[in-house]
Structures are given as structure tokens and as C-alpha cells.
Design a protein around this ligand. Structure first.
Ligand code: HAM
Length: 414
């Protein structure tokens, strides 16, 4: 029954079997966030384009190539959100959350949009879960958010997870380093890809992310910022590491780690998964001590992360068992339809999952359908008003008292 209409390129429908697996991920995350005191926030699906240009950074791929931007009827440029941190920072400022006890700990989830080349694990509409701790520069906050993501992936049972940790230093310290890196890149200009060459001035760190051979060769001998951290930057990084060590969280330090967004300062991290292919990053984040000031607010340090729900599901192989049904109510004679509806409703109100045949199947067809749904018991309503209860696993059948139906089904009967 194909029609000429299909979900747009890079988007997908979430069918019931996948929706179930998603719901599990979202529930585990919501419970974890609640236990750690991260409160939910929701921001609009679109924002002023300017928010992302300033927040995410004009030199990033996201802003240069990947935003779904459009003009509204008032000729204002709006953009479907490509990420959640700039919007959350905007909301923090807009609602004066700096007046609350700091840090303000927030969590969110929902759809995000990037015009990327679609492939497994990379979509144009995808879904993130994220957490942000805004208003503290303590390394304890870095460690807390990292532990939160480690625990989320752990509780979900995601296999083959690896944490990589790096530090970009504070903005001031980075300036000096970036000059050094630029001069290394300029010296080796001929070997670099056109894309990296073009951005030597604007965004030299991006060169660490390139996958062409020439650039990789140049980067192998590039100076590393983690080797040069000094003063408070070095202390901060050392304490984050000590906190993770004490918590028994394994990580590797990666001096070449960079992220595709400009707001990061000091700690950055990614969680990769070795069972995923090219899109192996499950989630990542870091500190963004300059972002809120960049958006016109007071200097406000913050740290957080986001992870991709689709990538988590890919890593889990979407293996979340179908829930089955507690009961299926089968109508053996037409005259029993009203009674069947009433009993099904009674079961649902008592908290059991129950279905009734809505398709006019014969009794045999109904039993087959009940089996397909994974019903544990089938109540068969006979024409004389009696009822049989069939255990679908053992195939045993006995007469049932529908006046005490819930007790009959849950084994609490006489
Ligand atoms: P990000 O690394 O750009 O960070 O995205 C976070 C996660 O979203 C990625 O690790 C990946 O799992 C998922 N993701 C990104 N793009 C796609 C895509 N096209 N298709 C499928 N999944 C995707 C951020 O967005 C930051 N806001 C994270 C953050 C929060 N930093 C500080 N606080």
C-alpha cells in the first residue's frame, strides 16, 4: 500500500514497537534525573536564528550548514532548534533564574533538527535527552553530570561504552594556545583539506575532527591543549579526574577531543559506543562558562550534556520486550458483546491490560489474535452467560466467575 508520500529524508516514523523502547529510555532517564534533582524544562521547537548563531557559533558546521531556518510572516528569521543548551541558557536568563539558589539543575528531552547527510545514527530530526547545571564553576558539577550520563547508559545496559575526557581551558588560556595551533596549521597548509584550511583563522580546533589523511597527519604533531593547561584550568581538570577516579568511572584522556559547538570551555567529554559504526557518539557535553554572557547575561559558569535517543536504541539493538496483555476477552456468541465491553473496561479500571476483539473474528480467530498480542489469559464469554478462563501458556481452561473477575485473573479468587 505504498503511496507517493514518504517521511521526509532523514526523518522517520516511530512505530509502536520502537515507541515502546523509547518510552523505556525516557522513563529510566526521568527517574534518574528526579533522583539527582534535575528538574524538567521545555523550550520551544523554534527560536530566533540569532540565538544559535551567537550561542552555537558562526564558524560551526551546525550554523554554517545544518540549520533549518525560515522566515515567519513578520520577516523574522527563525530556526528549528539544532541543540538544547542555547535555548535553556536563554530561558535561564529570560526567567531570571540567576535569582534562584545556584546551581539551577535542569533536564530536557525532545526533537532536534540538523540538516545533515542522513545515515544510520544520523538523522535530520532526532531526539536528545539532556541535563544542564547552571550557575556553578565547581568541578563537582562536572563530575556530577558525567556520572549522571554514565549511570543512564549503565542502567539502560548499553554495551561497550567508553568515556573520553578533555579540557579546552578557559577562554583566556585558549587564546594563546589557538595562536600556536594556527601557526602549526599555516606551516602545513598544503597538506590540509580545503575545509580546514578555510577555517584556520575562524576555528582551528576543528582540524582535530577532520578525517582526511593529510589533515590527520598534520594533527598528529600538533600541540595539545591538555598538555599545556596551567593554574586554575589545570587544577579544575585534575579535580574532575580525581572525582571520577574516586567514583570508579573509567575514562581516557584525549587531547585531540574537540566538539562541534563553540561555547565549550574547560571540561569536555564524549561517551562513545564500540558497537555503533561511524556515528559512535552516544552523547557528550562539557562546560560552557562563557555562553550566558555571550547571550547578554552576567558571567555564569555552567556544565551539561545531551545524548541521542536513536543512538542509544541502536546500541541496545532496540531490544525491549513487548509488554503482552494481562487478558483478552473473547466473545463466543454475538449476544455477549455488551458484557464483553463492560468486563474489559472493568479489568482496565482495575489496572490490568486487557483487550477485546474489535474486528468481528470467530472464536478461533480471537484466540489466535490473543496469542499474537501476548495475552496471558483469555476470558471466553459463552452464549448461556457462563465464562471460561484459558491460560494461554499451559492451554488449561476452567470455568470462571465473572462477578469476581479481577480476583479470578490475578489469582486472588476463592
Ligand atoms: P552534540 O554533541 O551536538 O551536543 O549532540 C549531542 C548528541 O546528540 C550526540 O552525541 C548524538 O548522540 C546526538 N546527535 C547529534 N546530532 C545527531 C543527528 N543528526 N542524528 C542523531 N543523533 C544526533 C549538543 O547538542 C550539546 N547541546 C550538548 C551539551 C549540553 N553540552 C552542554 N550541555
Amino acid at each position: 500500500m505504498a503511496s507517493k508520500f514518504q517521511a521526509p529524508r532523514g526523518t522517520f516514523d516511530v512505530l509502536p514497537a520502537q515507541a515502546r523502547a523509547r518510552a523505556v529510555v525516557e522513563r529510566v532517564a526521568a527517574e534518574l534525573f528526579a533522583r539527582a534533582g534535575y528538574e524538567p524544562i521545555q523550550t520551544p521547537i523554534f527560536e530566533d536564528t540569532d540565538l544559535f548563531e551567537r550561542g552555537v557559533g558562526k564558524s560551526t558546521d551546525i550554523v554554517r550548514k545544518e540549520m533549518f531556518s525560515f522566515e515567519d510572516k513578520g520577516e523574522r528569521s527563525l530556526t528549528l532548534r539544532p541543540e538544547g543548551t542555547a535555548p535553556v541558557a536563554r530561558a535561564y536568563l529570560e526567567h531570571g533564574m540567576h535569582k534562584l539558589a545556584q546551581p539551577v539543575k535542569l533536564c530536557y528531552g525532545g526533537p532536534f533538527f540538523r540538516h545533515e547527510r542522513p545515515q544510520a545514527g544520523r538523522y535530520r530530526q532526532f531526539h536528545q535527552l539532556g541535563a544542564e547545571a547552571i550557575g556553578t564553576d565547581s568541578p563537582l558539577a562536572d563530575a556530577e553530570v558525567i556520572m549522571l550520563l554514565a549511570d543512564l547508559l549503565g542502567e539502560l545496559g548499553v554495551p561497550g561504552v567508553e568515556l573520553r575526557l578533555g579540557s579546552l581551558g578557559s577562554l583566556e588560556a585558549r587564546r594563546e594556545y589557538l595562536e600556536e595551533l594556527r601557526s602549526h596549521l599555516r606551516k602545513n597548509k598544503r597538506k590540509l583539506s580545503a575545509d580546514v584550511r578555510e577555517r584556520i583563522d575562524l576555528n582551528p580546533l576543528r582540524a582535530f575532527d577532520a578525517d582526511d589523511e593529510g589533515t590527520r597527519e598534520v594533527m598528529a604533531s600538533a600541540p595539545m591543549l591538555v598538555d599545556q593547561l596551567a593554574g586554575e584550568d589545570a587544577e579544575h581538570f585534575a579535580e574532575v579526574r580525581a572525582l571520577l577516579d574516586a567514583a570508579g568511572i573509567d575514562y581516557t584522556i584525549d587531547g585531540s577531543l574537540v566538539r562541534g559547538i563553540d561555547y565549550y570551555t574547560r571540561t569536555i567529554f564524549t561517551f562513545d559506543c564500540d558497537v555503533l559504526g561511524a556515528q559512535s557518539e552516544l552523547g557528550g557535553g562539557g562546560r560552557y562558562d562563557g555562553l550566558i554572557e555571550q547571550l547578554g547575561g552576567p558571567s555564569t559558569p555552567a556544565v551539561g550534556w545531551a545524548c541521542g535517543i536513536e543512538r542509544i536504541l541502536l546500541a541496545l539493538n532496540e531490544e525491549v520486550a513487548a509488554p503482552g496483555r494481562d487478558a483478552f476477552v473473547a466473545i463466543a456468541a454475538e449476544g455477549q458483546r455488551q458484557r464483553a465491553m463492560a468486563l474489559t473496561r472493568e479489568l482496565r479500571r482495575a489496572g490490568l491490560s486487557a483487550e477485546v476483539d474489535l474486528a468481528g473474528r470467530g472464536l478461533k480467530g480471537q484466540l489466535k489474535h490473543a496469542d499474537r498480542l501476548g495475552a496471558r489469559q483469555v476470558l471466553i464469554l459463552e452464549s448461556d452467560g457462563s465464562a471460561q478462563l484459558r491460560d494461554m501458556e499451559s492451554g488449561e481452561q476452567r470455568s470462571a466467575d465473572t462477578a469476581n473477575l479481577v480476583a479470578e485473573l490475578t489469582g486472588g479468587g476463592a
